[in-house]
Design a protein around this ligand. Structure first.
Ligand SMILES: Cc1ncc(C[n+]2csc(CCOP(=O)(O)OP(=O)(O)O)c2C)c(N)n1
Ligand SMILES: [Mg+2]
Length: 1020
């Protein structure tokens, strides 16, 4: 598949799926139930009559009457004929049931071709065949269900009742059969074709009931399942580690344990979320990166929570121990601190790790406390890196997600992220998931409380991902599954899970007393030797090392820490490569600088031609054809420019400037409001064509993705993508603005605060349809107030563009300005088709995004007695009402950027209308919502104490809007009236009295009210 092929709405590779998830190949085909004679499914006269009193005891009678009617309508009584006619014509293909039933009965009676003669029951031959069948079945059951009896729990506390199906007698076998030879059905060289039942059982026990519980029976692709089975069997039976590999495993365990012990004694009681109990995670990760290098991976991005992070930083990535110790000691160099900083176990890091086949640039993603929410962020970052490398199949950049057992089972974002895995707009070639399953989450470990499934990893079965549960007391088994998992991921390009069954040696953090809630578990844990000790003893017993080798390894590690020397063997520090991005040019932030985003007319026209060009023979839907025709007229200057056209022109211009574009959201291709049509659909073939992918030769990538119906994971993905790729305009779009609240964690933990905590820049734009049009409590408000409440330290931009031209300039500015900051946009709904909210082509040729738009009608500034400031759609309601009532002394000013607040422009407006004594803020949202409480101090500040900003808007309310159209209209009318005409508080109180039912009316809040004395603070 070629990049940018016009057959696909986005240009990432086809996931390598076959079968039910296959693409392309047109619509998904559902399993067809084979019903004789094409009888329409589920249709019956019963169904037709179901809700009527006729249905019931008379059903048989009615059925036969209807059959008669179907055969010959004239043969039934006229009243019944009239009744059946009123029900409507028979469904296509509807036929009398009688003949069909007869046919089925007839078929059942017809003798079939005889089967080959079976051996007479009781004969030796028959007995053998039956036994062989039983053995084959037993082998299959072991393959599928052996994981249920695998010894994966190092503490041995898990109760795992042995399923009856694994017992000999379940299939009619007995001890007497143990020395009989049977066919094994083996496809591999390591398992003989025939074996004694005794040996078969021993081998099954060894393969499937050892330290690894392998779950792959749920993989429905036979090729994959058989491959997994063969690889697993072969590996278990024939896999061997070299002495060097074994020494390295011991070294990694020593490092994992050594660091934790060192910190434990040096920084007593300080939180570090120790890995102890799960130390095998470090040799696993080390081997995974080494094997990845050998498999052609050049970059790996790891997302993980608190547990074991410090260990990964020091022992895998090579963070300097001295730097870590300084953090423990709190001796930061504050002179370099920008923003808030973050705790040590949330910090990210990257380093180039040496592997025999080349360096693997390895990144540990920054991470907030919110468990699992980093998952989609990592996937987005990986996708951006893959695209940068032209890695269409995900063979060069690897996502690794590390989970806690409780969080993996409980957090919804896990499922959402898994669901992205094979969706073409989010595909990253498969993720390696590692669950640090210490069998407890904080203080909860009782299986009756932790989850409803057997394993904490069960959610991954929805992807049919193979899952390997492994006992971490056997580090060789751990490394073996790491290799197998990676092989699977590289070969089939799908997700795979390793469930590291371990324990937690201490409490949730180091100040906790775990025995208070897990007394039995901790009694066992206290007696349990460490994984390093167990493995060292094993190597000593095998003669692979001596006791003093093991002791000197630990001493060597400790000495390194004492000296503060980097400990990760493979880490080269940060060398970088041609794909790493230098973000320093984006650190220069000057909000006052105006970005010239206009384009010459000639260029606009030429871009306009390209965005309206459709290939020959491509058949558009008539409404879309009309829309494209209208766009052509707009570009020719024959019609006013609308939002869809201006937005598309902005993308086209950016693409021509060399920026790639990625728009992702629910139904973004068409646009929720039938306004964008970035993806065109051929009415004859279902093929798609994206004009923006054909703007220039060798143009940057353009992706318009109809997202999976998720907010949290998709927004997280786009955040990850945009923090990785500064040269892409990345847009996440909500279907309606309020749905973004399902992604609130991404907004709070990453978008608004990521730069302050971690110095990560992000240019992601959020499009949030917003506006009060009577659509009800939902679908009206994008919760503007929440975004404004998060604004400080110039962390993001919040804009409410009111015209297509403003949208154009705002989008251009987002990429042309020399920094990357999130952009939150209250996007239009009804304005998309509002006759007053249009622009001209010339509006796109000059200037830049106007943060404030002054009065546009021809009013004499000296005559203006009242200045009304507002944002968004309400402006047009105000304008219409003012023009209708020929009011000449009220000026309307739009604040198009609410943050960073355009104080300079605001003050200039105040100066221009110096005679205006009344300064009003008008909004559609209830008083406790919208911009009012977030910006009134900024509006008030230049006014001093003598004049106070007045409020015109809805009364405070619990829900964002009413669901009753009549109330909405009355409220809207009242607030417009209040903004333009009310003079006193009493006046306005009357204006907004809510239309209440019969009960006592709630005390009305004034529509135009004196603002309480604002805290006069300098704008931040
Ligand atoms: C979304 C979220 N909810 C709650 C918490 C508080 N919390 C921190 S760790 C933890 C337990 C996590 O258990 P698990 O996922 O098994 O990881 P472990 O600590 O055992 O490694 C909880 C509840 C959190 N950090 N994030
Ligand atoms: Mg846990």
């Amino acid at each position: 598949m070629r990049f940018g092929s016009w057959k696909r709405p986005c240009s990432h590779p086809e996931p390598p799926t076959k079968g039910w998830n296959a693409r392309p190949g047109g619509p998904v085909r559902f399993l067809q139930l084979r019903i004789p004679l094409n009888y329409p499914l589920g249709f019956s006269v019963f169904r037709m009559l179901e809700p009527t009193p006729l249905y019931g005891g008379n059903a048989d009678f009615l059925e036969s009457l209807y059959e008669q009617y179907l055969r010959d309508p004239a043969s039934v009584d006229q009243r019944w004929r009239g009744y059946f006619e009123r029900i409507g014509p028979p469904v296509t293909g509807e036929r009398p049931h009688g003949p069909i039933q007869s046919e089925i009965v007839e078929r059942a009676r017809t003798p079939r071709a005889p089967l080959p003669a079976a051996p007479a029951s009781g004969s030796a031959e028959a007995n053998n065949a039956a036994k062989q069948a039983a053995v084959s079945r037993l082998i299959q059951i072991w393959t599928n269900r052996g994981h249920l009896v695998a010894k994966v729990d190092p503490l041995g506390l898990t109760e795992r009742p042995r399923p009856r199906v694994l017992d000999l007698d379940y299939f009619g076998l007995s001890e007497r059969d143990l020395d009989t030879e049977f066919f094994t059905g083996s496809r591999s060289g390591v398992v003989p074709k025939r074996m004694k039942l005794r040996d078969i059982l021993a081998q099954l026990e060894f393969i499937y009931a050892g330290p690894i519980g392998a779950e792959f029976a749920h993989v429905s692709e036979s090729e994959e399942r058989l491959w997994l089975q063969d690889q697993f069997q072969t590996g278990r039976l024939a896999g061997r580690f070299t002495p060097e590999e074994r020494r390295n495993i011991l070294w990694q365990l020593t490092a994992a344990e050594g660091l934790e012990r060192y910190l434990h004694t040096k920084y007593v009681g300080q939180k570090r979320f120790s890995l102890e109990g799960g130390e095998a995670f470090i040799p696993l990760l080390d081997d995974l990166i080494q094997s990845s290098g050998a498999a052609g991976i050049e970059e790996a991005v790891i997302g993980m929570a608190h547990r074991g992070r410090l260990n990964v930083l020091v022992n895998l990535l090579g963070k300097s121990p001295s730097a870590l110790f300084s953090e423990f000691e709190g001796s930061y160099d504050l002179s370099h601190l920008k923003g808030s900083g973050d705790v040590k176990y949330h910090k990210g890091f990257s380093a180039d790790l040496r592997t025999p086949s080349g360096n693997v640039h390895t990144v540990l993603a920054f991470n907030p406390s919110h468990l699992e929410v980093v998952n989609p962020v990592v996937e987005g970052s990986v996708r951006a890196r893959q695209e940068r490398r032209g890695d269409e199949k995900g063979q060069r950049v690897l996502p690794i997600l590390v989970h806690g057992d409780a969080a993996f089972a409980g957090q919804g974002v896990v499922m959402e992220t898994l669901q992205l895995s094979q969706a073409r707009g989010y595909y990253t070639g498969g993720t390696v998931h590692l669950v640090i399953n210490n069998q407890v989450g904080f203080t909860t470990s009782d299986p009756r409380d932790t989850r409803s499934t057997i394993y904490s990893s069960d959610v991954a079965k929805m992807l049919e991902a193979p899952i390997f549960h492994v006992n971490t007391d056997d580090p060789e088994a751990v490394v073996f599954v790491a290799r197998l998992a990676l092989l699977y991921r590289m070969k089939f390009r799908k997700d795979v899970v390793i469930d590291l069954v371990c324990y937690r040696r201490h409490g949730h953090n180091e100040a906790d007393e775990p025995a208070a809630t897990q007394p039995v578990m901790y009694r066992v844990i206290r007696q349990h030797p460490t994984a390093r000790k167990l493995y060292a003893d094993k190597l000593i017993a095998d003669g692979a090392i001596t006791e003093s080798d093991a002791a000197s390894m630990m001493e060597q590690y400790r000495a390194g820490l004492d000296e503060g020397r980097p400990q990760a063997r493979a880490s080269l520090g940060m060398i970088g490569n041609k794909y790493t991005v230098d973000w320093t040019p984006y650190a220069q932030i000057d909000w006052t600088e105006r970005v010239q985003s206009g384009l010459e007319l000639r260029r606009l026209r030429s871009l306009g031609e390209r965005i309206t060009l459709v290939p020959d023979g491509f058949s558009l839907h008539p409404r879309v054809a009309q829309l494209m025709l209208n766009r052509k007229k707009m570009i020719a200057g024959e019609a006013p420019l609308d939002w869809g056209c201006a937005e598309t022109l902005a993308y086209a211009a950016l693409i021509e400037d060399g920026f790639s574009v990625r728009i992702s959201g629910q139904d973004s291709g068409r646009g929720t409001f039938f306004h964008r049509h970035a993806v065109l659909h051929d009415q004859n073939s279902d093929n798609t064509y994206i004009p923006l992918q054909h703007i220039a030769d060798h143009q940057p990538r353009v992706q318009v993705v109809d997202s999976v119906l998720s907010e949290e994971a998709v927004m997280g993905f786009e955040y990850g993508y945009s923090t990785t790729e500064p040269n892409a305009l990345v847009v996440w779009e909500a279907q309606y603005g309020d749905f973004a609240n399902g992604a609130q964690v991404i907004i709070d933990q990453f978008i608004s605060s990521g730069e302050a905590k971690w110095e990560r820049f992000c240019g992601l734009a959020l499009f949030l349809p917003h506006g009060y049009e009577g659509a009800g409590p939902e679908h009206s408000s994008a919760r503007l107030e929440r975004f404004l409440q998060l604004c400080a330290e110039s962390n993001m931009q919040v804009c409410v563009p009111s015209t297509p031209a403003q949208m154009f300039h705002m989008l251009r500015r987002q990429m042309l300005q020399p920094f990357r900051k999130p952009l939150v946009v209250m996007t239009p709904k009804s304005l998309l088709r509002h006759e007053m909210s249009v622009s001209s082509l010339e509006d796109l040729t000059r200037g830049s995004f106007a943060r404030v738009i002054d009065e546009t009608d021809d009013l004499a500034p000296t005559q203006v007695r009242r200045l009304v400031f507002c944002s968004g759609k309400v402006y047009f309601d105000l304008l219409k009402a003012r023009r209708k009532d020929a009011i000449r002394d009220v000026a309307l000013v739009r604040i198009e950027q609410l943050y960073p607040f355009p104080s300079e422009e605001y003050e200039a407006i105040l100066g221009r209308y110096s005679g205006a004594r009344e300064i009003v803020w008008c909004q559609e949202e209830p008083q406790n919502q919208g911009a009012w409480y977030q910006i009134r101090h900024r509006l008030q500040e230049p006014l001093g104490a003598r004049r106070q900003v007045l409020y015109a808007g809805r009364a405070p309310a619990a829900a964002p809007a009413t669901g009753i159209a009549k109330i909405h209209d009355a409220e809207q009318h009242a607030l417009i009236n209040a903004a333009l005409k009310s003079t006193t508080t009493e006046d306005s109180a009357r204006e907004t009295t809510r239309l209440t039912g019969g009960g006592p009316a709630a005390a009305p809040a004034p529509a135009v009210a004196a603002a309480p004395a604002p805290a006069l603070r300098k704008s931040s």
